[in-house]
Structure formats: C-alpha cells, structure tokens
Write a protein that binds this ligand. Structure first.
Ligand code: PGA
Length: 254
C-alpha cells in the first residue's frame, strides 16, 4: 500500500474545503490502491465527511488524548472516532509552536490506537540537530518516546512520517542518500523495538509536483505527506499520479 496524505494545516473554511474536495474528486477519481488521505481543519472535517467519505480517507491534524472532560478547545481521539481513519501526531509545528513534548505525543499515539485511528507519527531533526550530527539520535529518540507502551500487536496500525523540520515549508529537501539513510534508521529502530522493520514510512517537507518523482525513487519509501502543494488540486493529483506510477500502476484519469 502506498500513501498520499494532504495536510491542509490552518487553511480553508468548511465551504472552501468542500470546493477543494470536489476539485480533487474530478482529478483523482480512480486512485485505488493508493491510499489518499486528506487532513482538512477540524472545522471542515464534519462537512467533508458528510459529503465525501466515499472518495477519500480522512485524517485529523491533531487530537487530544483524554477521552472527554474539561479541556476547553481540545478535540479528543475518541470524539474523532468514526470520522477519521488517520491522525497526524507530533507534527513539528505542534512540537515547536505549541510545545508538544514526547510524553504528550506518546499519549496521543496511544489514544488514537485505542480509538481505532491510525496515528501518523511525525518525526524529524531540526537544522541544528542535523548540523551537529544528531539526526540519527533524534529519530531514534522520537520513535522510542512516541511509541512507549505501544505493543508489537499494534505496530501494523502505525505510519511514520519522516519530516526534517528544516525542510517543511522551506522549499528545501534532503539529498536522496540522506533520505534513504533516514528511512533505514526508522526501519532498524522498529526492528530493534519490535523485531519487525515493516512500517510504512512517508516523507514530508516541501514535496511538490516537481520533486515528487525523485523523492519517490528512494527505495522503501511508502508515500508522501504534503503540506502546501496539497492545497493545489492539480499539483496534488500529479503527486498522486507519480506515487501510483512508481508502484507500477497507471492512473487513467490524469
Ligand atoms: P510542506 O509541509 O509540504 O508545506 O513543506 C509539509 C508538512 O508540514 O507536513
């Protein structure tokens, strides 16, 4: 299974989101077996779910780990259950701008699993960590912390998105050798933790219709997590086509 996830971040209201989904449907009508997941804002999830649940899988951009209660402004994994199949957890914008720490990320991963939602655990090094040669330690620590208490029987429901912080929204992407090495680190960490390296690994950070082909040439990569370019239906559809082509299938609609 290959994945294409669109993270719309804090863009588009409910009706604009419905318009974008409608455009995506006309451009991406036959995407099996590529799993296309769109992550609109929470505000838009319900109308998008109501009108388009048969077309795309849905993901949340965040969740809270307590089931319910006095947590003003939060939405729990339990509330999202049935609405979304996926949830981004530990996105670097959450870690950096909202001070989300490893313990919270871990609680969110577990809350998703408990509620039948597949967590997309986002990990990646900052520019500083990269320049100090700390990429490997950072990735291993983030996997170790994020997956604490998650049993081997549950790892089939987890996706990992490698998103170097310095690549997000910057127009920069890693060298393909470095990307392949990061995927290898993630797989060997799973092997170390669970005796099984089989985990879907996606790449995210300035993916566009122009660089998707090169990025997807990295062996073992299972898909892409796309921010900015996911707001452009033409670009998003081309990226989907590229992933599909890479998996040996043609996408006749494009
Ligand atoms: P970008 O965002 O594609 O705009 O760099 C990716 C992400 O934040 O997931």
């Amino acid at each position: 299974m290959k994945y294409l996830i669109g993270n719309w971040k804090m863009n588009l209201g409910p009706s604009e989101s419905l318009n974008l989904v409608a455009e995506l449907i006309t451009k991406m009508s036959d995407f099996q077996p590529l799993e296309v997941v769109i992550c609109p804002s929470l505000l838009a999830l319900v109308p998008v779910f109501a009108k388009n649940k048969d077309h795309f899988s849905l993901g949340a951009q965040n969740c809270f780990y307590e089931d319910e209660g006095a947590f003003t402004g939060e939405v729990s994994a339990r509330q999202l259950e049935g609405l979304v199949g996926y949830c981004l957890v530990g996105h670097s914008e959450r870690r950096q701008l909202f001070n989300e720490n490893e313990t919270e990320v871990n609680h969110k991963v577990r809350a998703c699993l408990k509620n039948g939602i597949k967590p997309v655990l986002c990990i990646g090094e900052t520019l500083n960590q990269r320049q100090n040669g700390e990429t490997e330690t950072t990735l291993r620590n983030q996997l170790d912390g994020g997956l604490m208490g998650v049993g081997a029987s549950e790892i089939g429901k987890i996706l990992v998105a490698y998103e170097p912080v310095w690549a997000i929204g910057s127009g920069q992407t890693p060298k393909m050798d470095d990307l392949a090495h990061a995927v290898h680190i993630i797989q060997t960490q799973f092997e170390f933790m669970y005796g099984n390296s089989q985990v879907p690994v996606l790449y995210g950070g300035s993916v566009s219709d122009e660089n998707a082909e090169e990025i997807m040439s990295v062996p073992q990569l299972d898909g892409l997590l796309v921010g900015n370019s996911s707001l452009n239906p033409e670009k998003f559809a081309i990226i989907g086509e590229i992933i599909k082509r890479g998996s040996g299938l043609t996408w006749s609609q494009i």
